[in-house]
Design a binder for this molecule. Structure first.
Ligand code: VGL
Ligand code: ZN
Length: 202
């Protein structure tokens, strides 16, 4: 059992990121047994849930003429346009049925504002608007984080980068993550994580 100052953060293990989903990550469902087993070793477990309105600005469908996986410039910086995914209340937004959701202390939803995406569990994509997770973890006396989930090179990576910036000791369990890998994004992100002193395990 990990000490109470350690938390496990499970990122976006939702149907749309698993095989058959709208933004499927290859082998996204392969990490479920390992995640379920690891959650049992932590006294603090947080699940995040990507949770977009239908008219969300990160969806290519809401930008006439734009292709999914193309990039646009938003007020807060570059933004990839995704296939419509994780629409609030949809089956795609639900957690994978094999995820032991009952184990979670907190379910944190993100990406619910139309005009701004949120890859990270801590900050929206302007890197300024907080989700509230930092306050929650601080109030519980958490200082070390272990991250797993989907996708390695987007929501897991941005969460890890923000977490070190906030002062947490961070480990990413790469064996319990799977990547989208858009134009080399996985290799680029792993290098960034290593430079920031994030532990890469598995
Ligand atoms: C994610 C792209 C769009 C993720 C979420 O969970 O990594 N990626 N929304
Ligand atoms: Zn999303």
């Amino acid at each position: 059992m990990h000490p109470s100052s350690d938390a496990m953060i499970v990122i976006d293990v939702q149907n749309d990121f698993c095989p058959g989903g709208a933004l499927a990550v290859a082998e996204g469902d392969a990490i479920l047994p390992g995640i379920n087993a690891l959650m049992a070793e932590f006294s603090a477990v947080v699940l995040t849930q990507d949770w977009h309105p239908q008219d969300h600005s990160s969806f290519a469908a809401n930008h006439p003429g734009a292709d999914p996986f193309s990039q646009i410039q938003m007020g807060y910086g570059p933004q990839v346009l995704w296939p419509t995914h994780c629409v609030q209340g949809s089956t795609g937004a639900a957690f994978h049925p094999d995820l032991q959701v009952d184990r979670a202390d907190l379910i944190l939803r993100k990406g619910y504002r139309r005009a701004i995406d949120s890859y990270s569990a801590f900050f929206e994509n302007d890197r300024k608007t907080q989700t509230g997770l930092h306050g929650y973890l601080r109030d519980r006396g958490v200082s070390r984080l272990v991250l797993a989930g989907l996708a390695t090179d987007f929501c897991v990576a941005y969460s890890a980068l923000d977490a070190v910036r906030l002062g947490y000791a961070v480990t990413v369990r790469l064996d319990l993550c799977r990547a989208i890998d858009l134009d080399g994004s996985l290799t680029a992100m792993l290098a960034r994580l290593a430079v920031e002193g994030i532990g890469l395990e598995g």
